[in-house]
Design a protein around this ligand. Structure first.
Ligand SMILES: Cc1cc2nc3c(=O)[nH]c(=O)nc-3n(C[C@H](O)[C@H](O)[C@H](O)COP(=O)(O)O)c2cc1C
Length: 313
């Protein structure tokens, strides 16, 4: 299966494991890369020297390409970029910021740059900034998201209509059928997050993985739009946020309730009540925690059989 994305990254399958705070460290990233996809280390929850350690371990664990995801809100961003360049990382996925800020600098060090967006407007801005590819992420996705509630099914063809550079679809994809659908809509590849949270190699807490497997349709919601919109599981913390909304809170009141390190508390330390549990709508279709290699093999074999079935229509 060869196309613009497999060629750009030099990978076997057009399947990318999303960069995810508290979930995608070197173990998950290297396993995915060794299995033919593109693994991504999520730098968003790492101090700079921890990131260096993950990159070094990843390089030892695989000789295949892997990437680092950098949410650009990161306070230590200069140091993070310095480490990425020093360690010879070849691919960077930037998110949550202006693609103009780092793209040219990273590319001048031979790094391929991909930017994550949730609208046509920002997809085109990213293209203008000179990125090598764009990830367009729909409203279904786990974690931080756009405000406009544009679903993957509508976003991908709208971006495709105008974008010239390679397009990667994200949000709500966890199966081979989902992957095929996204590619029929115009994507060159898919970025998958939630499905890999429930993998043996994800660094997220076992309690969180179990919760993902238990989740049903309707168990997640996008909230905190006034701060940074985020899709999470409905738990005690989520209910507290909703209760606060009944009082027409100020932004400061929301910030106070969110507090610090909520995401770490939930996803990494396993506090299922008071922690923030970021996951996508597709959690309702994830029924088992599995090795990442098995997840990839299942997705690819389902993709192939779905393609044949569709060809018979
Ligand atoms: C637990 C979790 C953490 C995430 N953290 C990040 C992050 O640090 N940076 C980022 O760009 N996206 C982050 N995302 C979004 C993913 O990169 C990805 O685009 C999204 O999960 C795709 O949708 P899906 O969950 O339906 O597969 C996160 C998603 C999840 C579920």
């Amino acid at each position: 299966m060869q196309n613009r994305i497999t060629q750009l990254f030099n990978i076997k399958y057009p399947l990318i494991q999303a960069g995810m705070i508290w979930a995608s460290g070197w173990k998950l990233a290297s396993t995915v890369s060794n299995s033919g996809g593109l693994g991504i280390i999520g730098a968003g929850s790492m101090y700079p020297e921890i990131l260096r350690e993950h990159i070094q371990k990843c390089k030892k664990a695989t000789n295949k390409p892997f990437a680092v995801n950098v949410p650009m809100l990161y306070p230590d961003i200069e140091k993070i970029m310095e480490i990425i360049i020093e360690e010879g990382v070849k691919i960077v996925f930037t998110s949550a910021g202006n693609p103009k800020t780092w793209t040219k600098h990273l590319q001048s060090h031979g790094i391929k740059v991909v930017h994550v967006v949730s609208s046509v407007k920002f997809a085109l801005k990213s293209q203008d900034a000179g990125v090598d590819a764009v990830v367009a992420e729909g409203f279904e996705a786990g974690g931080h998201n756009g405000r406009d509630e544009t679903t993957t099914f509508t976003l991908i063809p709208m971006v495709k209509e105008q974008l010239e550079i390679p397009l990667i679809a994200a949000g709500g994809i966890a199966t081979g059928r989902g992957m095929l659908a996204a590619m029929v809509l115009g994507a060159d590849a898919v970025q998958i997050g939630s499905r890999f949270v429930a993998s043996n190699e994800a660094s997220s807490h076992q309690n969180f993985k179990n919760k993902v497997v238990e989740a049903k349709e309707g168990d997640t919601q996008l909230t905190l739009k006034e701060l940074a919109p985020v899709r999470m599981l409905k738990n005690k913390f989520f209910n507290e946020v909703q209760a606060l909304y009944q009082t027409a809170p100020t932004k400061e009141e929301l910030i106070t309730l969110l507090g610090r390190a909520r995401a770490k508390k939930g996803m990494f330390e396993g506090d299922m009540e008071d922690g923030e549990l970021e996951i996508g709508q597709i959690a309702g279709l994830i029924h088992e925690i599995k090795p990442a290699t098995e997840i990839i093999q299942e997705i690819i074999s389902e993709f192939e059989s779905a393609k044949q079935k569709v060809a018979q229509l």
